[in-house]
Design a protein around this ligand. Structure first.
Ligand SMILES: CC(C)(COP(=O)(O)OP(=O)(O)OC[C@H]1O[C@@H](n2cnc3c(N)ncnc32)[C@H](O)[C@@H]1OP(=O)(O)O)[C@@H](O)C(=O)NCCC(=O)NCCS
Length: 225
């Protein structure tokens, strides 16, 4: 079942984020930031929103989207006191990480301007627990996919597209690592167009995609979703 994420989901989403996107800079900012600030803001369902795929009562995948990247990153800066408090808690829980926390925070505050793509929205994160993906690490179908034929990421993407359409957003941008084979293949399959690649983010070559909501809906419709 796919549903809008609520405040009650922040813990589960933060856990999934840490498990699946462990090398993301957001994880460097610590659990108090992820759970107490980032996903708390995302599940407010105003400038940004998130959906979860729930299996047997627990989220096993999620998508997070900013309806307007300008307003979303502006809001992060606007909430500096709450952001600072979440980071202080992260530093207190792991003092040795202060250097990487400050570096990651500098990136977060600049991220909105780093992406040279003027699309309205931004796909912030999409992640599916390995057991619930279509492909395992060996490339073979997972047991979950074989028995259900459910495509978790595509289902989440569809709900996000419907929500963007409802909010009048026509296009959005995506940032992903050049070396992330699954996500690059997934975004291309969803019709997103690569507009830049090789941008160094903390030394990692990164690509920027631009996607159109109507085109994505058409592609998803043709897949039978
Ligand atoms: C990308 C991701 C969300 C896809 O999840 P999923 O539920 O398996 O995706 P779906 O079943 O809905 O769609 C599968 C499509 O994605 C692409 N894909 C997914 N995994 C792939 C892999 N290992 N190799 C190549 N293509 C892959 C293919 O286009 C595939 O279509 P196909 O089966 O017709 O080849 C998942 O691999 C994931 O969570 N990855 C880690 C998190 C991540 O990197 N997120 C992006 C951060 S920007």
């Amino acid at each position: 079942m796919i549903r809008k994420a609520t405040k009650d989901d922040t813990k589960s989403i933060a856990e999934l984020h840490e498990l699946i996107l462990g090398d993301s800079i957001f994880v460097r900012l610590g659990r108090p930031f992820l759970e107490g600030f980032y996903y708390a803001l995302l599940t407010e369902d105003r400038l940004a929103f998130a959906h979860v795929y729930e299996h047997e009562g627990r989220p096993v995948g999620f998508i997070a989207m900013a309806a307007s990247h300008e307003s979303f990153y502006g809001q992060i800066k606007h909430r500096a006191p709450v952001l600072a408090w979440s980071l202080i808690r992260s530093i207190l829980s792991s003092p040795k990480t202060i250097g990487s926390i400050l570096q990651a925070m500098g990136f977060l505050l600049k991220k909105g301007d780093l992406i040279k793509c003027d699309a309205g929205g931004e796909l912030l994160q999409i992640a599916v627990h390995p057991d619930f993906r279509a492909h395992g690490d060996d490339g073979k179908p997972t047991k979950f996919f074989e028995s259900t034929k459910s495509r978790v990421a595509q289902g989440l993407y569809l709900e996000a597209m419907k929500e963007l359409k409802k909010r009048g957003i026509k296009d959005f941008r995506i940032m992903t690592g050049d070396g992330n084979v699954a996500s690059n293949a997934f975004y291309s399959k969803m019709g997103a167009k690569k507009v830049e690649s090789g941008i160094k983010i903390f030394g990692h070559p990164t690509s920027i995609y631009r996607a159109n909501v109507e085109d994505s809906l058409g592609i998803l419709h043709n897949t039978g979703l």
